[in-house]
Ligand binder design. Sequence first.
Ligand code: GTP
Ligand code: MG
Length: 293
Amino acid sequence: MIREIHVYRDGDLLFSDVIVPNHDLDTKAVMMLVASSAKKLPEWKIDSMEIERFRYVYMNSHDTQFIITTDRQASVQKATEALMQMVSKFMTAFERVLESDDWKTTDFSPFTAGFRSIVSRVPVKVCLAGHGGTGKTTLLELATLPSQAPPQEYVPTFFGDKALLKADFGPYVFSIFDLGGQDRFVQEWGKIIRAGSIVVIVTDSTRENIAWTRRVAYPVLKNELPYARAIAIANKQDLPGALSPEEVGKRLGVPAYGMQANRREFRDRWLQLLKGVAFEEIDFKVVGEIEVE
Ligand SMILES: Nc1nc2c(ncn2[C@@H]2O[C@H](COP(=O)(O)OP(=O)(O)OP(=O)(O)O)[C@@H](O)[C@H]2O)c(=O)[nH]1
Ligand SMILES: [Mg+2]
């Protein structure tokens, strides 16, 4: 997921667009550091650096430094391609301005639309992880097939499935990966979840299922996606004996949100949770920081 862009020249900020602000780091200090490295690069060469759960992909063109901030877990290759498209778009509009002194007085803000249209072309990868029968496929269909009632019967997913989700998440588009949760498929998750920005841990809100999640799912997730963001879904809240979302969250060590995925009335809530975690407006946990004793 691409989060921000900053464009510098001679230490001046020409343009920036911050879609999801970074509350973990001192962005100004980081940008000064990255911009000074970018300045040393030959024209069109791309480099990157990682700090905590963020990656900075940068290049230098026409003595101008372009820096995009992405999730560290997301694909470097896709970020690199996106940066090239952005710089090419920027140069198409402003090359002449940059070759004269006009850049000092130019308004670069019209580039926002161009930047965001490229952000939309790199889907945000969201992985639904959890044991068989907890409701992952039900959640996938609840989100992506709005005209259809969510499935009521349980058909185990073989290996994994995925679908694109375009909703009110502008500029982001989500690619949702639905993992097969039967034990024989868990060892295959690594092949599917690579470069995931967000993990949704799905539970049926029972003690046994939470124990399974911690024992079987956590090692795979922590190994493959340590820098991804995670929330948990305390699904099947309608069933007698379901643990409360607070209890589920406490036991999992990840903020949990109550859900009834087989009821279409819950679609809006589900979409709001996805939006909330993408824009970092609700509580989440970084996968590598989930505590396992
Ligand atoms: N009572 C109740 N049933 C639910 C709820 N959400 C899903 N279900 C049902 O639980 C079953 C879960 O099915 P799936 O969504 O296919 O399960 P899954 O997690 O994809 O399972 P695998 O593909 O094997 O990993 C289905 O019968 C759903 O209708 C819920 O909130 N309450
Ligand atoms: Mg399934």
